[in-house]
Every structure is written in structure tokens, then in C-alpha cells.
Design a protein around this ligand. Sequence first.
Ligand code: FES
Ligand code: FES
Length: 866
Amino acid sequence: MLKAREPGSVAEFNLNGAPVRVADGHPHLLAALREELGVLSAKDGCSPSGQCGCCTVLVDGKAVVSCNLTLGRVEGCEITTLEGIDAGQRDRMAAAFASTGALQCGFCTPGILVRTASLLEKKGAGLDRGTAARHLGAHLCRCTGYVKILDAVELLAKGESPEPVALGGIGTSGTRYQGLELAVGEKHYVDDLRVDGMLHGALHLAAHARADIEGIDTAAAAAIPGVVGVFTAADVPGELRVGLIHKDWPVFIPAGGRTSYLGDVLAIVVAETREIARHAATLVDVQYSPLRPITDPAAAVATDDDAVWGLDGNVLSRSVYARGDIDAAFAASAHVVHDVFQTQRIEHAFLEPESTLAVPHTDGRLHVYSGGQGVWDDRDQIASVLAVDRQAITVELVSNGGAFGGKEDMCNQAQTALAAWLLGRPVKCTVSREESLLIHPKRHPVRIDLEVGCDADGRLTALRARMLGDSGPYASVGMKVLERAAGHASGPYRVPAIDVEAIAARTNNSVCGAFRGFGANQAQFAMEGALDRLAEAVGISGWEIRSRNVIAPGDVWGPGQVMDDGCLGARRCLDAVRPAYDAARAEGRACGVGLGLKNSGLGNGFLEIVPAVVRFEADGTVEVRHCWTEMGQGVHTVAAQVAIEELGVDPGRIRVVVDTTRELGAGQTTGSRGTLMGAGAVADACRVARADGCRVGVDYRGEYRVDWTSSIESGVEQPVIHSAFGYASQLVVIDRDTGAIERVLAAHDVGRAVNPLLCINQIEGAVHMGLGYALTEDFPCDAEGRPLITTLRGLGILRAKDVPPIDVILVEEPQPRAPYGIKGVGEIGLVPTAGAVAAALHDLDGGWRTALPMRREPTVAEPADA
Ligand code: FES
Ligand code: FES
């Protein structure tokens, strides 16, 4: 039983069967476990709010989150962490989770295993799927969609012990690389790393979204015992601004400067402990002269008042293209629909908050551990801030606890590196969940004014789209997101006449940037809605109108690309869901179908040269070096499987490495590039090695190159905008009595499934994310640019009990010119979901939906202490 305790005394409790004493000063049990007792299986996803379940432990046999338990409440209690659970049971659970695909990034997994152990203990074979789903309500998993988690728990309850399967070559479903270590929490994330003499950093963020900085006084923070240093813009020796495309994002706002959103950093405080650093960071005294934030994107593009400090104008980008005689095409159309769609801002909600560890070496070099999506970009940007040669910086990837695009831009890497560099001591900075929500870019809210016409048979004739995206203050990759939205405006359909404009506006709301789907989700929610309206006008089904218009090889698509045989995947996905669609309609169920496409790779004329290295070591291991971030999607597994395929080596010999010690940079891990291009590069490196006899100690370098794409604005006739696309069709069925979604069927064309199990895992997770996007997720800002949501709970992410059965059909229509025919799976994942849900809801009640999310109560600001 939890007990009350007098504050001020040292806490004593039993940890995994042994008595322990911990010092006062820890804000909660989780901090004592991680920071003093070295227990790292319990992860910190949201302390002290208790909303993600990653820190779950047993307290006197009861599964509870440890991040909101004061030490006083566990005095004398028996605390059991994953390390203390019977080893046989723990290994059995880990094997079940790893082998069924119940984990991706793995950050949520140790907490869920503790909960599972408790449920199995209490309910034994009586633990059914529904019960497990209800009890998992305390846990968030952003990667899996819970499907495989519940599969694993069901198997364990039945007494089964699924075993991991060794990785094999292309097309085999071996168990994820390092899956067992991830399951038991032994595969460390950045915040799990500790080095001798390590200090802790904490950021001071802006109090106003748009305010002139009259002064920054760090004296009070610096005076706190245990504080080692406080650094501001005045301490930056090099470039103040960084950015993936435009260098417009200040790593600190200086005195004399101006804030542009609430994620702006004013200072970093470094101290002996995290708690001291975080407390001292609150004492940095900033004198503001507040200005009125510009938060309406339409107003932003209409005014001469610059939203962002030091930048001229509020139009970040404008993407336009047109084909055919649009006015004549509309005039000749039998039916025309015109509507305005509005999508919402969305938070990635990866479960691992951003963390950076920077370690100076005696030779003057700096080693930075990062979970970012592009360690070479991190390196170059850190070097520019420190004004050092980039060879002085090594950035090592630490596989992260989820990203989905939200870890492309640096979060705290530059500030942490600066502090370590100036102090000559290791510094780790892990942001809190609240800070994470404020700092990193979101999915763009986009207003889409869409007009689409068709002939009397439902064949599309014309499309006109005007899009306005709220990109927040700094560029990030916002211009590319709106460019993708423009390019994907027509969805996977033939449209003879098209006229598209997409503008990215700078405002003082949250920065928006990369997020799985990258503009295609927004554009195709609107296009799918227009198609369903036209189908009703023509008198044909939603499936039929898609079938009559779906692109085929040789068709001219969107901005003018002539589609190759790879697009047969769209037709095959649509055909794959037809039997279930027809059956649902025959049974009188409410249902909707969606069809989508999403490019893989950067395309748009960007020269993509992707290297990889294979190296045989004297100890018999084979090092596979690539340039992509493992964030749960399985790119390390793909790299290993390609090496196994090409070299025929034992999977146990393979070691996958990503760091900047070799010059292998190819930009961000984004747009399904990792699997598609990583596979090509590793395969090429393996072939080079084979040709040379696979000698020990030699770096065999290979590459994959895409040099045949053109920009949508290049003027090239019939441009190849993208080298590959993924396709997907999803069917959503709704119970007419309850209004609940009772099933999702997802047919996805991945070209070639390197690991079918991992592909299915990705799709299930994407559908979960897509349902949240469609129904409940939101991240609104108020008129002051202040996010109304400050915790994970408020985001509207679906919990396990809310997720309907998701059935996946893998389609493999090879992509010409792509390695093994691979198209990628991550990006396309949720593109068709919102459209399919909207169609099903229309079938249910006759209402057309134009705004996302479609089933959320109006958001009110969360209390500050939520
Ligand atoms: S870290 Fe404790 S519930 Fe999230
Ligand atoms: S595997 Fe659950 S959050 Fe990533």
C-alpha cells in the first residue's frame, strides 16, 4: 500500500528485492531510479505528468507509473522494475514482443512489459484481448497501433512462447535487429547514456511568441549552488542561425533580438544535476517588450509587418503549376464540386523527448550523441555554431524513441554542444515533454480551396486548388511540405487540366515542418472528399469513381509526370479492398474507401547520392555503415537483411553503425528514403566487397544515386518529379448503431517488402496515427501563438481500447529502377485514412466533412499545472 511520508528525510524502500536508500531532492520515484540507482529500463516520456506509461514499475505488486510518485509515497514499499521481474518471465515476454513485431522504436516497451507481467500474474489464461486493451489505457505507443502488442499479450496469456526468428535475406520476416535489447530496455537512448563528470543542461524558453528582448540577466541562475555555467547568444562564437534549407532559425535569441515563437531558446543553464539545472533555468531573467503575434496565416501573407525577427516578408514559399485549359475544362464538366477544407496542426508525440549528450575529448574534438534524423546535418550545423571545422565534430546516432519527421531539425544539439565545448566537460540536456511540445516542428495546418470537375461518367476533367499552410516562424522544411502538398493535389488520379498554388506562410505559431506524409495527407484529404462528392453527383460508388480515374502507366499525373509501371500498384491496392468494400455495402454497413499516393525520396530535381560502407573486421564481424536514422521504422534491419542477401553471412556477425566518422551524409532520414536508398547503397557496397574478395579491414563503399528527377517548376516537359511512389487504399467500416469504427482494411503497395512483418507493423502504426488525425488529434494555438495543449493526454491520441481491428494486405508491384523494386512504406502510411473515414461518416449520417479532426470536442486550454 502507498504511504504518506514526512518530507525532508532520506527514502528507504526495497528495489527488486534488496533494500535501498536514496537521497532527498528527487522530484519523483522515476528520477531516483534513473538518476541515483541506475535503473534505466523505466523510461521518461512525460514526467511528472504520468500520461505515457513508459516509467511503469510495480509498487507492492501493483503496476503504476513512477514519474508522479513522490519518494514519500513509496517509503518502505517493494519496488519492482523490469530488471527485477523473474528472468524467465521477462525473457519470455521480450521474445514474444520482439518476434511478433510488438515493438518498433521500443521506448514504450519496458513499461508495457511490466504492465503485462502484472496482468499475467493476476489474470493468467483469463487475460483476453479486450481486457488487455483496457488495462493498456495507461500506456501510449505511437509506433505500433497496439495491434501486435495485443497479439503478443494474447499469446503469452495462452501460455505460448513465440521465439525470435533470425534475420534472413530480402523478403523474409526475421525479428527486428536488436529487438530483444529494445524490449528489455537495454538498448540505450541518449538520456540513458552516462559518462564520467557529466553535467546537465536545461533550456530557458521564451515567455512571449513575439517580443523584443530588452535584456537577459543570468546572475540569479548562475548564483544557484551547483550551477556551472549559463550560456546565451553572447557566447556563440560562430553562426547564430541554423536550418536545414534556410539558415533562419536562431539557436538563441540575443538581447536586442526578438522572439518569434514560444519554442525560442534564450539560454542554457548547466549544473551538477538535472534538477538544479532546471530550477536555475527558471531564474534566468528576461526583460521583454511584447508585440502582437501574427498568428493567422491569411493575415500574415497580407501584411507588411514581418512576423519573424530578421526576415523580410511572411511568404516562405509559393509553389505553382498548371496544365491544360482549366477554364474550358470546367466549362465542359458535367459536375463540379467546390469546397474549402481545413486540416489541423498535429504533434508527432514520439515518446522519447529530445536529448543530446556532448563529450569533449582531450584532442580538442567534440563527440555528440544525437537521436536526430540527420547526423551529418547535425554535425555541420553544430560546427557552424562553434565556428570550428566540421572534422572537429563527430556526431553518433543513438537510435531514437520515435521521430516521424519531428527530429529533422535540431532541438537542443547546438546549445548542448556549445556548453560542453565552452566548459570542456560532458553535458547532457534532455528536454521535458512540455519543452519538446513547444520546440519541435508540427504537421502543417493547411486551408485548401478545392474545385474539381468530372464528366457525366465520373471521369475527372479539371482541378483547381489554392492552399495556404501555416508554417510557423522558421523555414525548417515547410516550403518542401507545401510543395509536396501542391504536387500531390490530384491524388493518384488522371486529371487533364490542373491549376495549383500552395503558399507556406510565416507566423508566430509553432514551427511546422516534416511529419509522415509531408503535405500529401492534407492535400489528399481534400481530394478524396471532392471525389466522393462527385461520385454522389454522378450516382456511382466511391470505389467506382476511383476505379474510373486511377492512374495507369503512361498517364500524365499531377504536375506532368508520365507514370511508369510502378503505378500499377494503385490499381492493385484499390482492387485488393474491393471484395470487402462490396461485402460491407451489401450488408448495409457504413463504409468509405480512400486511395492515396506518396512519393519516396526527395525528387523535385534534387540530386540524391546515397553512400554506404561494408567492412569485414578481424573478429569476424561485418560492419554495415549507412547514413540513416533508426527511429523504429527498421532501417537497421533493412541494412542487415540486404547484407545477408548479398553476402550470405550469418546475421549474428552483422553490426550496423551510423556515425559521422566516414563521409556518408545524404541528408535527412525522411520521405521513405532510408529503406529505398539505403538498400540500394548497402547492396552496392556488398557487391564491391564481393568483387574484391571481402578483405578484412577495408572500407568497401557503394552508393545509390537518383539523378533523373526535375522540379515541378523546371519547365521541363513531362518532368519526372519523383523516382518512386508508394500507393495505398484503405477501407473504413463503421457500425451504424454505435457509430464506432469497426474495421480498417489497409492495402499497401510497397514495391518489395524487405521484411513483410516490419512492413505490416509500419502500416498498422500508420493507420492508428491516421485514425487519430482523422478523428481526435489536434494541437491548436491561441491568438497569442500559445499552444493550448501542454501534455500528451490533451493531444487526442487513440489508446489501445479505441483502435479497431486493422487488417493489412501487402501488395508488391515492383518499382522500375529501384533496388529490389522497393518503394518504401513509412510515408504513404496514413495518406488515405482521413479521406476514407470522412467517406464512411458521410455514409453513416449524410454529412460532408471539411475539417479535421472530425470527432473532437472543442479544445480548451489545459491548466498550467495539468
Ligand atoms: S514518464 Fe511516467 S507516465 Fe510518462
Ligand atoms: S514502439 Fe511504442 S512508442 Fe515506439
